[in-house]
Design a protein around this ligand. Structure first.
Ligand code: SF4
Length: 314
């Protein structure tokens, strides 16, 4: 501790000198004022941190500051990348060329009888093909009519005739004998054919269905449909110039029409390129003899086209 002054003025002088030295020192440091002593009972306020005038020198030991985080890319950044270059378009894959021809789609239900017989060009070949076809029909079970038949009834007459008669289906007598139109209706048909100028067996006679419908009923559409291929093959092989359709079922089976025979008779139709004359069935004429006149008119139309004349009465 310093020694006390004898004269108070000396002490005051010494204090003033010290204060002056302190102020000058402060002034030399760039201070612009002196800190105030806190009032009694007050907490000394914290001084604000002095702003650094210069960045502190780097501390080589200090750990490297973490790398600045990139902002998370926005959706737009992904959507439209500024530098995105689309990849070159991929060359199309080479086309596979199958080395086989795919099978043709299945055709309509095969009509065995309609299998082409175009190779059968000669009359002998056509007759032989008809014989083969008849044997196929003999074992046919394509529809329910096969269940109750005695036998199939294929045809009778000249297999290479210019004229073909088509009826409905076998009756009881035909089912027994295996030939079409052998009962009373058949006998009448034979007289009509003779009246046209043909000898017995000179024309071809067949039916829409080859098996007898029970109780002589009309064949059902599905039965006619099942059997129509055989008829088509028959006609293709016989190659008649004209066809006479006997009754409504015959013309309906040939043309697929539902019109009645009364409207259709006497008007030429076409079946697979062959002219068809619809007329009444001989069985109808047995019940309705007055209708013979219309039938004769229809047959004369056919005769005119064929150049046939009724035989002279002797
Ligand atoms: S009617 Fe014709 S389709 Fe039916 S079983 Fe006789 S031949 Fe076959």
């Amino acid at each position: 501790m310093d020694e006390p002054h004898a004269d108070p003025r000396d002490e005051l002088f010494e204090i003033a000198t010290s204060v002056r030295a302190l102020v000058e020192w402060y002034d030399g440091t760039g201070a612009w004022g002196l800190p105030l002593a806190p009032a009694r009972g007050q907490v000394e306020p914290a001084y604000p941190a002095a702003e650094p005038h210069e960045a502190p020198p780097p501390n080589p030991r200090a750990p490297a500051p973490p790398a600045e985080r990139r902002p998370a890319p926005s959706d737009a950044t992904f959507a439209q990348p500024a530098q995105f270059t689309p990849p070159p378009e991929r060359a199309p894959a080479p086309q596979f060329t199958p080395q086989f021809t795919p099978p043709a789609p299945p055709a309509e239900r095969p009509q065995r009888a309609a299998v082409a017989r175009p190779e059968a060009r000669t009359p002998e070949a056509r007759i032989e093909q008809l014989r083969v076809l008849a044997s196929e029909v003999a074992s046919c079970t394509r529809c329910g009519l096969a269940d109750r038949r005695t036998q199939t009834v294929f045809a009778r007459g000249n297999p290479i005739s210019e004229l073909c008669f088509v009826g409905e289906g076998p009756g009881a007598e035909e089912d027994l004998q295996g030939e079409p139109f052998v009962g009373p209706a058949g006998q009448l048909l034979d007289k009509m054919i003779a009246a046209m100028g043909y000898r017995p067996g000179e024309v071809y006679i067949c039916n829409i269905v080859k098996c007898r419908p029970p109780e002589n009923r009309k064949p059902q559409p599905e039965e006619m449909d099942a059997c129509k291929g055989y008829l088509a093959a028959q006609i293709e092989l016989v190659r008649p110039k004209y066809i006479v359709a006997l009754g409504a079922t015959a013309i309906q089976g040939l043309l697929g029409t539902t019109e009645g025979i009364t409207k259709l008779r006497g008007k030429w139709k076409m079946y697979r390129g062959i002219p068809v004359m619809p007329t009444f069935h001989p069985a109808y004429l047995l019940r309705q003899p007055s209708a013979k006149r219309e039938v004769w008119t229809d047959l004369q139309e056919v005769m005119a086209r064929l150049g046939k004349k009724p035989p002279a009465r002797g």
